[in-house]
Design a protein around this ligand. Sequence first.
Ligand code: SAM
Length: 250
Amino acid sequence: NGTLYVVATPIGNVADISLRALAVLARADLICAEDTRVTGQLLTRYGIQSKLVSVREHNERTMADKVCNWLAEGQLVAQVSDAGTPAVSDPGARLVAAVRAAGHPVCAIPGACAAVTALAASGVTTAEWLFHGFLPPKRGARCKQLESWRDAHYAVVLYEAPHRVAECAADIAVTLGESRLVTLARELTKTFETVRTLPAGELAQWIASDSNQQRGECVLIIDAAPPSAAETAIDAQAEHTLRVLLAELP
Ligand code: SAM
């Protein structure tokens, strides 16, 4: 019985691929790729000659049957997306679900992911974070989604297209307030990597006034909401009680 390997590939810097990922790609009888030209370049860079087949969103279902047949024949099949980890705002999950449902083993090879890389560089300190991926392109739906995070006690990680990042930052400032901290992580692992954290109002202005910030690939991280006045008051009350109790202790 063959195995389907779900392999993470670089998000920019071509060196960001694990030795295990390269070994699996080299051994694979077939590599299912989102765009065979993009993956072809990566394989050429590492001298890998495995056969590429196209598995995209529109043929993921039909290709799943073929992949299951290859696995039943004992073939080693790898799956990659154009960049980063498959199934993270990328196709891949349907194929994995079908292969698992058919009883074949699936093994994921971890590696680059823009969300996790942005988070690591951001200095966001909340233990909890939510990965949302892309916001709706229409303004109304986008603002409605943003408003749902007004009081979030967790950070929110968003993917955004470069031509919409200025608009999105402005909407964050309007819906969540000018002072909510937001990080823009752009062109991660590449030459023009930029990571900047500012209050939403300032970040929106900076992006709008510098067209370079509206190029390339970007992640936005909205910080958790600052504690509300009520929460701070409870903390102050608890601290007071603690002081009183401490004074009474031997
Ligand atoms: N599967 C990928 C992953 O693991 O991160 C994400 C694929 S999604 C189609 C592409 C989006 O990821 C981009 O629009 C951008 O928001 C984000 N992204 C990918 N590479 C990036 C990079 N080098 N720097 C910043 N964001 C990146």
